[in-house]
Unconditional design. Structure first.
Length: 464
């Protein structure tokens, strides 16, 4: 019977075994490959999004970012197979998934985006779960795991948010039908809704980021006395996005065309809140014979009202690089972030208006158009300064009594001097937003509009 002799490992063998686990050789290098691949994907995403051959549109910029991330995952798969004894072949799956989606978005744009909104959330969630399993089974590096687990968790959360957003938008489209009509103003269509009867017609202009439903307290109240029209600027509410920069001049031009093609006869009483004040001022400067009166509701000051003859401080023009950032940021709305925010705001509006505004704010189109609106601030304030004399037409300037400094009050007084028939009213205790969103303060705004309407009907001095 052959005896079995137990042998002790030699010191040389022990040392060789210990080095196989600790040395930065084929096994140890996987952590650095994971880190380098993730970093490469992030840098590639940034560079591709900024590349001049990528259009500055949401779909194209998003697609470029996905292609950059795909490169990072592909590097992980290739380098781990080539240089380590822990091949991570599973990384080929996210590389193909993101790369294909990115190329489709860059090549085909918005139509593919709408289709992918339904496909990618469940597919990405399933892929993320599978990736977690693969990392757990195939990656021995603790550092590599700690790098990959958070990234995969973010992908899973993004997929859940994307599904929430897609289902929410579909439900909103079914629940909130368009109350007015879409009218082509040249390259895109705007939503216009008119109610009530009588003359002059009042046209309401909401503030930055606002839509027709933001005026849910004011429009119905004015409609009891005269005809009132509300509309949605390009890219928000029920209106289509525009391919042209939406500064004050373009907004005034589109509004004029909308009213003409919608068969809404002037002259009009224009009422604008916040940034909306800039747009009605520009409209009045361009089409003076079609404006009978104005109400400026805590209006942003035109350049001349800030410093006569000089441009106001603004946000700058919408350059190509900034436009790309705007397009990329608006993608956040596709992850449900805007929808979450909206659920906790606008509660002081009437229920129907509140829900319509929340549905609009949750969309990428509204986020993009709002960012672009602020990017055009300098141009809009300068264009509004073109109105330097409103003659003796009735003008009421409303100012919120809370939340402003002396400079704002000075600019509001300057606006009131545009007409020899003007009144400047300070609404005590009201904030900027409450002048349209709070029922009591919105009533003061409604009364100012009706006072201007009465002055147009029976020419005379406005009553303070």
């Amino acid at each position: 019977m052959e005896s079995i002799v137990a042998t002790e490992p030699t010191p040389k063998a022990v040392g060789r075994d210990r080095r196989s686990h600790l040395d930065p050789g084929p096994s140890g290098s996987i952590g650095w490959i994971v880190a380098g691949s993730l970093a490469t994907g992030l840098v590639a995403a940034f560079l591709l999004a900024a590349a001049p051959f990528i259009p500055a549109e949401e779909s194209a910029v998003t697609g470029a970012v996905l292609c950059g991330f795909a490169l990072g995952w592909a590097m992980l798969a290739v380098l781990s197979v080539r240089f380590t004894d822990q091949p991570q072949r599973w990384a080929t799956a996210p590389a193909l998934f993101m790369g294909l989606g990115g190329l489709l978005l860059v090549g085909f744009g918005a139509p593919v985006h709408q289709l992918l909104d339904w496909v990618w959330p469940p597919a990405m969630l399933a892929l993320a779960v599978w990736m977690i399993v693969c990392v757990h089974r195939q990656l021995q590096s603790r550092g590599g795991r700690w790098l990959l687990y958070p990234v995969i968790a973010v992908l899973a959360l993004a997929s859940i948010g994307g599904g929430y957003q897609t289902l929410g938008e579909a439900a909103d489209a079914k629940a909130y039908s368009m109350p007015g009509q879409l009218i082509d103003v040249g390259g895109h269509s705007l939503h216009l809704s008119c109610t009530g009867s009588g003359t002059p017609t009042v046209v309401l202009e909401p503030g930055a980021g606002g839509m027709s439903s933001s005026l849910g307290w004011i429009a119905p109240a004015v409609a009891r006395d005269t005809r009132v029209c509300v509309y949605d600027r390009a890219g928000r509410g029920w209106s289509e996005p525009a391919s042209t920069a939406q500064d004050g001049a373009q907004i005034a031009t589109d509004l004029h065309r909308l009213l003409q093609r919608g068969h809404v006869r002037g002259p009009y009483v224009l009422a604008g809140h916040s940034f909306g004040g800039l747009y009605v001022l520009t409209f009045a400067a361009r089409y003076p014979d079609e404006v009978a009166g104005m109400v400026l509701v805590d209006s942003t000051a035109p350049a001349s009202a800030v410093n006569a003859g000089a441009a106001s401080a603004g946000h700058g023009g919408s350059g190509n690089g900034v436009s790309r950032v705007s397009a990329l940021v608006s993608t956040a709305a596709r992850l449900g972030l805007g929808r979450l925010y909206a659920q906790f705001d606008f509660g002081s509006l009437p229920p129907r208006s509140r829900d319509e505004v929340r549905a609009s704010v949750a969309t990428p189109s509204t986020l993009r158009s709002t960012i672009d609106e602020y990017l055009q601030a300098t141009s809009s304030t300068e264009q509004a300064a073109a109105l330097r004399d409103f003659a003796d037409k009735p003008l009421i300037v409303l100012t919120a009594g809370s939340g402003h400094d002396a400079a704002w009050s000075t600019a509001q007084n300057h606006l009131a001097r545009l007409s020899t028939n003007s009144v400047h009213r300070v609404i005590a205790g009201a904030t900027h937003e409450e002048l349209i969103a709070n029922p009591e303060d919105a009533a003061a705004t409604t009364q100012a509009i009706l006072d201007v309407v009465s002055s147009v009907r029976s020419p005379g001095r406005l009553v303070r």
